[in-house]
Write a protein that binds this ligand. Structure first.
Ligand code: FES
Length: 235
């Protein structure tokens, strides 16, 4: 078993093992570092930067930055909260996130972060993208206007399902998630039971016909803010 070492987050001592990221060690210790693209059991992508922390005075992404003995991590500071809020706001305006009409409402991690950070109306200009929808598959639907480019579906399809159904194409503002390059979903070997079907943090990849199985009011973030499950571990 690897040896434990200690570092601090906001002055509190946290134990970690070799190979753990700052976010993983924090989570185990009951300290919530807001995150979006990170998902347990998937290789971290480090793309959204919502988990930005300061490590010995330098900005780092907590989900990909390894914990190390003696480092001093800042997490819950007004400066970092402002940066994260800005990132979340930019994600909202960069896509079309009509939460009140979206079947992922209440289970959506972006929406939940918006609530946790008290975002009422983003200060940035909405871009209103017009990206390709794909409803060709009998059981699965993609609305790329809600994609936050987290990369979870790409990683899950490649590393867990062994299918490489999803990939990124384009650069900058034109970057989008594609299915086997130019194909439609119905041309791929994706299946409703794939891991990639269960990882989208927003309402981009949706299973048809089950969206309202859990009524509004009984969904994951309807009763407590995102991160509460982690904070409860502290006792
Ligand atoms: Fe760390 Fe997205 S959660 S970069």
């Amino acid at each position: 078993m690897s040896e434990k070492f200690v570092f601090t987050i906001d002055g509190v001592e946290v134990k970690a093992t070799q190979g753990q990221s700052i976010l993983e060690a924090a989570t185990e210790a009951g300290i919530y570092i807001p995150s979006l693209c990170y998902m347990k059991d998937l290789i971290p992508h480090g793309s959204c930067r919502v988990c930005t922390v300061k490590v010995d005075g330098r900005f780092q992404a907590g989900c990909v930055q390894p914990a190390a003995p003696g480092i001093k991590v800042e997490n819950d500071t007004p400066e970092l909260m402002e940066i994260r809020k800005d990132i979340i706001e930019m994600l909202f305006v960069e896509g079309n996130h009509y939460c009140m009409f979206c079947e992922k409402s209440g289970d959506c991690e972006l929406q939940a972060l918006g609530y946790r950070f008290g975002i009422a109306a983003p200060k940035h200009k909405y871009l209103f993208p017009d990206r390709k929808l794909d409803a060709t598959h009998p059981e699965i639907f993609i609305d790329r206007n809600r994609c936050v480019l987290c990369g979870r579906c790409v990683n899950a399809s490649r590393d867990v399902d062994g299918k490489t159904v999803f990939e990124f194409v384009g650069r900058g503002i034109d970057k989008t998630v594609a299915v086997n390059s130019d194909a439609n979903l119905s041309d791929t070997d994706i299946s409703i039971g794939d891991k990639s079907m269960d990882v989208c943090p927003v309402g981009c990849i949706i299973k048809k016909g089950v969206g309202f199985k859990t009524p509004i009011g009984q969904r994951t973030y309807d009763h407590e803010p995102i991160g509460s499950d982690i904070e409860r571990r502290k006792g």
